[in-house]
Write a protein that binds this ligand. Sequence first.
Ligand code: NAP
Ligand code: ZN
Ligand code: ZN
Length: 352
Amino acid sequence: MQKTHGYAAHNNHSPLVPFSFERRDPGANDIQIEILFCGVCHSDVHQVRNEWGNSSYPMVPGHEIIGNVTALGSTVTGFNVGDRVGVGCLVDACRVCEDCADNLEQFCNAATFTYNAPDKISGGSTYGGYSAQVVVDQHFVLHVSDKLDPAAAAPLLCAGITTYSPLKHWKVGKGDKVGIVGLGGLGHMGVKFARAMGAEVVLFTQSAGKSADAIRLGAHEVVISSDSNAMQKHCGSFDFILNTVAAPHNLDSFTELLKRDGTLCLVGVPDTPHPSPAVGNLIFKRRQIAGSLIGGIKETQEMLDFCAEHSIVSDIEIIPIQQINQAYERMVNSDVKYRFVIDLATLNADDV
Ligand code: NAP
Ligand code: ZN
Ligand code: ZN
């Protein structure tokens, strides 16, 4: 084992503080990564505050990791020391079940998440990217093009794949009218991807002040979701709506905007359920409410390559790690433009 350091939550109500802990030495299949940047996902806030009821402490959050390879195990192929790499929400899976065989490791019952999960390899808990370095099995390490700004690429590892995957699964493309609900970390990536895939893109927001940004990011139109007249104009017209909102809300105002056979896909994970949807909205037009979870490793690599080809990265605010607690407050107030990214060069071993 080797000593390292980062920032951790010790319970569901205190600020994150400097923390010293151990990681395994790289095994034969492992890659050791010096972490340069780590994005701040709303899931980090949900888990630090135990809003999903599954938190264990101490918790080092962070699953939007970008770094450089510093060491390789003896059986690692396709990576070299110095390579720019990424790690997302997954660091292990069983590799033999039907989901793993289909390259959908995110659905594997034995998947190991990057933090706040039992670590089957070294025991204890997994610790995430708010830290100096990480050791990860080669199968779960992604290649990141040098063409992409490393800080702005970090959010692709979660916000990017979580929006890219459902847009691809529901075959969004030219001729489709697509809605994105919520302009936060996930939502702004959803706007960029849906636009790059050729769709007509409408952004739904509760924040009128984000309208100009939404257009700059690629939306063709912005609708303030509390304006029922503006919402009604779009009734029955959408092929697909991706809902990224992190809080419970009325879904009916979005299901009625779908065409026959249209899909409302939920990716936001509120701490309490949404009010029950009106069944009439669904059955009369065979509309569907669906969900989606990040994406598999193969698709995450495909997404990163798509981003390099189309020059897509996240719009970010870089913060020193000492500002992480203020960043959480701003994020829960929908005040992030549009992803916080921690610069790990600001991490100081002497603070622990
Ligand atoms: P975020 O940056 O905080 O963005 C969420 C956006 O939702 C806000 O910016 C806001 O946009 C809107 N919003 C927030 N509260 C709202 C409310 N009460 N009513 C209506 N709209 C509201 O969060 P994120 O990082 O994008 O994550 C969004 C959600 O996705 C979280 O629940 C997170 O845990 C979840 N998530 C799921 C997956 C998955 O695999 N399914 C992966 C990552 C994250 P406007 O100001 O534009 O309205
Ligand atoms: Zn995330
Ligand atoms: Zn599996």
